[in-house]
Design a protein around this ligand. Structure first.
Ligand code: EPZ
Length: 424
């Protein structure tokens, strides 16, 4: 098992291209099940979660060909409708495959995804939307089966009490081939939702309202072959922007739209970073010549500050100066990384969903372990802003969402590399 070794306090300089978006491509891969044909996705990141979703699709009967950053999914012959437990446990977002299977095959089943370190992550809203679209739900112990009801899957007027990303995706995938019109009120407005809808419209679906909380899906009888380029990953870009602000320096990120990072970029400017964005060209420049100032952050559904950047920004603020406050309003377990940061000298007090940080600059390198995907990325940010050597174990978490965080940051001049546990 590899670890990450960092020698901190080297400023980041240079330019990197941002990988395709994990949270956009995963539901698109599930959506490919809806079409008895071939769909091609471009700019697909080479990450563990994409491999896991590809394994699920192949298990269900798809043929998948990967060529560089292109993924061709041939879903002509689907011959299974049950997702094996180990896949769902490895990647809870596979739960949206149920909606696609329901739309395509009239049924789908899998185990409950269960919680993870960042929170309980119930799926009550997923079940609600599927029921309202006419599915029969069979819940046995830890297993869930969704089946087309006696009246088939038909359009419905759905009201989401919380703008759940996954439940919104579930409703979209289950309603694309339904009879009549489905309207989702209170839909999630994350950019990944609009990308999923654009991809489906590219395949012949009829969806409008993207970017708003009211989505309308006119059911169609079938879809057609299509290809689609996945946008850059806003959370990876936000992580690297936080790294540049923490380590200092001047970086240019390519292949990322600044409009999807408006709030995080505005907060970086408030703590002293200089930013230049070129939306059309898909480029964001971040430079930092001072120790980060304190800041208050409150996470929330898009367009509020994204919960996925809370841990990397916690690491950034922990290595700055002054007293910052973070309120985590999306996932109750997203402060787990604070303990590892404290072993690097960070001064953080956590109570319920609030954290109070007193910046310490620089932090001190230490041996730490990642316990979740974005928490692991946060430890990399902290290592870049720490004196001495930092070793990060548990990197499988990081590899779920970052193609090669060492490759990217080393290209910007960071003293960072993968090492085997025996140090080679
Ligand atoms: C998606 O998770 C993302 N994952 C998460 O990114 C991201 O943090 C999250 O959206 C919020 O933006 C993918 O897209 C693969 P939610 P999801 O449903 O769909 C509650 C990462 O690091 N809820 O919007 O699971 C839930 O408990 C990952 O890339 C219910 O109560 O997020 C949470 O408090 C982590 N009932 C809140 O809603 C439900 O049925 C947000 O969950 C569903 C959700």
């Amino acid at each position: 098992m590899s670890e990450i070794q960092i020698f901190g306090l080297s400023p980041l300089k240079g330019e990197i291209s941002i990988q395709g978006s994990k949270n956009a491509v995963l539901p698109m891969m599930a959506a490919a099940l809806l079409h008895k044909g071939v769909t091609v996705l471009m700019n697909v990141p080479v990450i563990r979660d994409v491999s896991c979703m590809a394994d699920i699709l192949e298990y269900l009967g798809c043929c998948i060909r990967r060529q560089g950053d292109c993924l061709a999914i041939d879903a002509r012959n689907i011959d299974r409708t049950g997702i094996p437990d180990h896949f769902v446990r490895a990647m809870r977002s596979s739960i949206v495959v149920l909606g696609a299977l329901l739309g395509r095959m009239g049924e789908g089943s899998g185990c409950y995804p269960g919680g993870c370190l960042i929170g309980a992550r119930p799926i009550d809203l997923h079940i609600k939307v599927l029921k309202e679209l006419g599915a029969e739900i069979l819940e046995e112990e830890n297993h869930l089966t969704v089946r087309r009801g006696p009246e088939g899957i038909r359009g419905a007027e759905i009201h989401l009490a919380y703008p759940s990303v996954g439940a919104t995706e579930q409703a979209i995938l289950a309603s694309v081939l339904a009879r009549d019109v489905t309207v989702i009120h209170g839909a999630a407005k994350e950019p990944e939702i609009a990308e999923l809808c654009d991809f489906l419209n590219n395949m012949g679906a009829i969806i409008c309202g993207m970017g708003t909380e009211h989505l309308m899906i006119q059911g169609v009888r079938c879809l057609h072959d299509a290809s689609f380029r996945v946008d850059g990953d806003r959370i990876v870009a936000g992580t690297y922007a936080a790294a540049a602000a923490a380590a200092g320096g001047d970086i240019l990120m390519k292949g990322i739209k600044s409009s999807c990072l408006r709030v995080p970029l505005a907060l970086l400017a408030r703590i002293g970073a200089k930013l230049r964005t070129e939306e059309k060209a898909g480029r964001i420049r971040v430079s930092m010549e001072e120790i980060p100032r304190a800041l208050d952050i409150r996470t929330g559904p898009y367009p509020e500050f994204p919960t996925d950047l809370q841990s990397p920004f916690m690491a950034l603020l922990a290595s700055g100066r002054g007293v910052s406050h973070i309120e985590e309003r999306v996932f109750e377990g997203r402060f787990a990384t604070a303990e590892a940061l404290k072993s690097m000298g960070a001064r953080i007090r956590v109570r319920d969903r609030e954290a109070v940080l007193e910046g310490v600059h620089p932090l001190t390198g230490a041996r730490v372990a990642a316990s979740d995907l974005r928490g692991g990325a946060a430890l990399v940010v902290a290592g870049l802003a720490a004196r001495g050597e930092t070793r990060i174990a548990g990197c499988l978490h990081i590899e779920r969402g970052y193609e090669d965080i060492c490759r990217d940051l080393a290209a910007l001049g960071a003293r960072i590399r993968w090492v085997k546990e025996d140090g080679t």
